[in-house]
Design a protein around this ligand. Structure first.
Ligand code: FAD
Length: 319
């Protein structure tokens, strides 16, 4: 079922999960081990991220370095199919511009369509670590909005081969990303919202946000979206903090601020278990407040830490 139909049908706030494909070489059981503890609480859907190639340098004879491209976490489409098959829950693949030509994107979408997967979350993807800015493939998309247009085209039966006649239209429900604390490249929030609206005007039907720890920032973001004519459902992204190290890592990686109260509580926690509990309690408090605010769904980033998310989901959606 489409994400927006889940939302329309629901009588109360839903929750969804986001998982990462395992590192190459690990089996599908590691995915199941992450979902099993959460499935009894009834996630509406499970997103599976997409990870583009990375470049590594391998030492060869006489000290030469060989630049090698590797995908460390392949398998998004296969994992989605396995999740649908095992849990009978909708799985949403992330599709990114980075590393894909338009034709490769079209072929991935055809695979998904054949598998009966009718949801996609469309993203640009981050720049490769070794590149200063995002560089699209020669025949790829530069921005997520271009990807949205391609999928909308396919939904209208427009494939890249213009000689195709009476091609079967796909039926993808399209989600895109939003940033309550602004995307890190955007010069300001107004500019970022302008481009977010472009994605919606192009045919995206809902927004999932970057993770955040200050609900007021999310509420302000929703209000700004509404003032700017963005009327689609906005799904907040939540991740319980689980280690002290994340006090530095989360702002660095996700370009977000952490509230003083949370930082103080984590800094003064005497041990790792207390840190975890502070993170869980904060995410429970955030979730309950977001439900009171009327969010359609809460999207939990598991990032391999299902047990912490389980505690949150049990407390918020358990009864
Ligand atoms: P876009 O919407 O294309 O925006 C990128 C930047 O360009 C923004 O600053 C925007 O303001 C600006 N912009 C947009 N359109 C235009 C335009 N036409 N002209 C000029 N400027 C423009 N990354 C992955 O690699 N894999 C994943 O699975 C993944 N999942 C994610 C899930 C969620 C919910 C979120 C929030 C992020 C995820 N990301 C993922 C990270 C995401 O790819 C990065 O944040 C990326 O830098 C931006 O992606 P976007 O789709 O928001 O880009």
């Amino acid at each position: 079922m489409k994400v927006t139909d889940h939302i329309k049908k629901a009588k109360k706030s839903l929750f969804s999960l986001e998982i990462l494909p395992p590192l190459k070489g690990k089996g599908i059981q590691s995915i199941y081990d992450g979902i099993d503890p959460l499935i009894e609480f009834g996630p509406a859907f499970v997103n599976v991220t997409y990870h583009r190639e990375e470049f590594v340098y391998k030492k060869r004879e006489k000290g030469y370095l060989e630049k090698i491209s590797i995908k460390k976490r392949p398998g998004t489409v296969g994992i989605c199919a396995a999740i649908v098959n095992k849990y009978k829950v909708d799985a949403i693949p992330h599709i990114i511009c980075g590393g894909f030509t338009k034709e490769e994107t079209e072929n991935a979408l055809i695979d998904l369509n054949f598998l009966g997967i009718d949801n996609v979350l469309l993203l640009r993807g981050d720049p490769i670590k070794t590149e200063p800015a995002f560089i699209p493939e020669e025949d790829g998309h530069h921005y997520a909005v271009d990807l949205v247009k391609q999928v909308v085209g396919l939904n209208n039966g427009e494939y890249m081969d213009e000689d195709l006649q009476n091609a079967t239209p796909t039926n993808f429900n399209i989600g895109v990303a939003g940033y309550p604390e602004k995307h890190f490249e955007a010069p300001n929030m107004k500019n970022d919202i302008k481009y977010l609206k472009q994605k919606i005007d192009a045919g995206a039907e809902y927004i999932v946000t970057q993770l955040f720890y200050d609900n007021q920032k999310f509420k302000d973001f929703v209000n700004t979206c509404r003032e700017n004519g963005i009327t689609v459902p906005i799904i907040p992204g939540i991740k319980p903090i689980s280690t002290k190290k994340q006090l530095l890592a989360l702002p660095k990686f996700f370009h977000i601020d952490l509230p003083d109260e949370l930082v103080d509580a984590i800094e003064s926690a005497p041990d790792a278990d207390t840190v975890k509990q502070v993170g869980i309690d904060w995410a429970i408090k955030q979730s309950k407040d977001l439900i009171d605010f009327g969010v359609p769904c809460i999207h939990y980033y598991t990032m391999g830490k299902s047990l912490a998310v389980r505690e949150v989901v049990k407390a918020v959606f358990g009864s």
